[in-house]
Design a binder for this molecule. Structure first.
Ligand code: DC
Length: 238
């Protein structure tokens, strides 16, 4: 049997806000027949729960919260959906209120510990494309394919502005710029699992790439991995 056909792998996609992670990761998952997991949506679900239940944004209270809620990520024909205690919160977690506090929530070690455990549980058997900030560095340091997506700040702002307008939200470009700059700073400077490029990740600058081009580049990395794995397997190395 050709082992490469059957070995489901983990594709880890990290990078800053607006670098094109979710759309690209979702399409890569579709092409591979894999599950797509947007880990940012998990942090957003916790932030949403905190707002709903008026939980103070401090470690102890937030750790208590995260241990009592259930977060469920489902891939449906209409796209990935996020459930909080069985309720679909896919749209709610994109609100400005959630976006404003999510980086603070994601900086809390107690919250991260629980969500990382859940992410490992979901992805441990492979067959998953997971995007976030620490997937290749912390969640799955042994992921077979690691990608770090980057893009110029102006391009990231342009993409987020278009995305927000499509959702009917009326934030100005200046608001979006300061949101992205603030979140980049918080995500990169936090003590626990900051956004960093793992040494063994492939950097893809998406500033001038179409989504299709980004997807193809990542699928090429998967093919290269499989060929290498196949070669090693054929030599009896694995
Ligand atoms: O990708 P996003 O904008 O939906 O992410 C929401 C927040 O969660 C953002 O502040 C980064 C943080 N995050 C994280 O710390 N670790 C992850 N694996 C995914 C997201």
């Amino acid at each position: 049997m050709n082992k490469t056909m059957s070995k489901p792998i983990i594709v880890a996609i990290d990078g800053p806000a607006g670098a094109g992670k979710s759309t690209t990761a979702r399409r890569v998952a579709e092409r591979l027949g894999y599950v797509y997991i947007d880990t940012g949506a998990m942090y957003r679900a916790v932030a949403h729960a905190a707002l709903q239940r008026h939980i103070p944004l401090e470690e102890g209270a937030m750790k208590g919260l995260v241990d009592t809620i259930s977060i469920d990520m489902r891939n449906t024909p209409s796209g990935p959906r996020t459930y909080l205690d069985g309720v679909d919160v896919t749209d709610e977690i994109r609100s400005a209120a959630v976006t404003n506090i999510v980086s603070t929530v994601a900086a809390m070690s107690g919250v991260r510990r629980s969500l990382v455990a859940l992410q490992r549980h979901i992805g441990h058997a492979g067959g998953v494309v997971m995007d976030g900030r620490d997937i290749g560095s912390v969640v799955f340091p042994h992921a077979e394919v690691k990608v770090f997506l980057i893009a110029d700040l102006d391009e990231r702002i342009r993409r987020r502005t278009t995305e927000q307008r499509e959702r009917g939200l009326a934030l100005s470009e200046d608001d979006i710029r300061s949101q992205i700059v603030d979140r980049d700073r918080l995500d990169s400077q936090r003590a626990d699992s900051p956004l960093t490029k793992p040494d063994d990740a492939t950097v893809i600058d998406t500033t001038r790439l179409t989504i299709d081009e980004q997807v193809e580049k990542i699928l090429d990395l998967v093919t290269t991995y499989r060929k290498t794995y196949d070669l090693i397997s054929n030599f009896g190395g694995l």
